[in-house]
Write a protein that binds this ligand. Sequence first.
Ligand code: PLP
Length: 449
Amino acid sequence: MPHPNDSHVFFTHWKKNYPVADYGKGIYIYDTDGKRYMDAIGGMFVVTIGHGVPEIADAVAAQTGKLCFANRNMFSNEPQEQLADKIVSMAPEGMDRVFFVPSGSTANEIALQVARNYHIERGDTNRYKVIGQWHNYYGATVGALSMSGNLATRRRMHMDPYFLDFPHVQAPSCYHCPYQQTYPGCKLACAHDLSRIIEQHGPSSISAFIATPIIGGTGGAIVPPPGYHETIREICDTYGILYICDEIITGLGRLGKNFGIEHWDAMPDIITLGKTLGSGYSSLGAVMASKHIWDTFVNGSQSNIVLLSTYSGHPISCAAALAVQNYLTEHHLVERSATMGRYLKKALQQLAEREPLIGDVRGEGLFLGVELVENRDTHEPYPLKKQVSTQVVQRAFEKGVVLSNRFGTGTQADGDHISICPPLIITEAECDELVTVLGDSIKEVREAL
Ligand SMILES: Cc1ncc(COP(=O)(O)O)c(C=O)c1O
């Protein structure tokens, strides 16, 4: 187990030891000491088809032997073409074009540029601001981080001098309603906050609104109330603003449908993909543009658009992702995500009935979250400094289950939640094992508080 002091790796924590992950099989990762860990967070919301799938290794080996790379301004390549076809065939009606990039952050950064170019092409040259959601995270690059609204985990901390003046709307969190109201009496105040922000900043300056179908790791799977995305869509149409849907965690099966936004009746203009696209077998993201955006460019004043990314459409990355997505379809893993998600959520709800620390169980498909609170009646969170969820995740890790915790769903930076996001191949018995370890870990922490 290396300690950061004895390594040349730039670890982002320097007071703990890191086991060395050696190999993976199914939903498990094994370290070099032979210890087995259930990967209940899919690496980092990434792995959907499971670890160690031989078909993907074969596809990568074959492509590596055939063509590693070719200048994308001069050539297309077969894996990129086939993957674009595959993703479009899975996407909501109207999505037409795919630009591949190396990561989720780059996907959102490029989405910002596509939106800006679209408005310029239409003569709307003042539109540049992208509105994000408080509590959400869209990536680490300056544009994506400026859109992000995560307060608690130091993701934005100290970076203020670099931020673009991008506004944010209230998060659609019913458990901690920013208006202290309840649905449906609230009349979707969180969605209508978008109109307020647009009017405040001047509609002619706004290029796009970015949201995730459900708020990811930084929210512990916050599911917006019914009608949220539909209302957002209407408001964007009213003001001529593009709707970017970040499906980097939620896309390609994670929520029990091909795309998470299909749980609502709202068609985005742009969809971004990342983590689940390569399921960990390649580092790949994508920007999907709907037909009306593509047509605006093709019928416009230019013959090209400048989108910069050396590795866009990388043949080996695309070959891996193509094999992943074919595997997902052939093994009916999207449907399985819905079925097993229901099973796991029910087991978590049963745990919540006997575990007083759990205030909320939420999520969709196999992306679930539990919120830990000091007071279940008032939803009062524990103070951030107690690091309650960190302690739970650490204990679960010692017991061989990998989870992820974050803060910030409460009133300020506090509000502990734990995300559960296993590979979609998880079985009922493995779900039971997961819930047992989580329950034991929470109990131990509660007793020590
Ligand atoms: C919703 C969401 N969007 C974008 C990103 C950025 O993706 P990446 O870390 O691959 O750049 C993340 C990463 O956690 C994410 O959760």
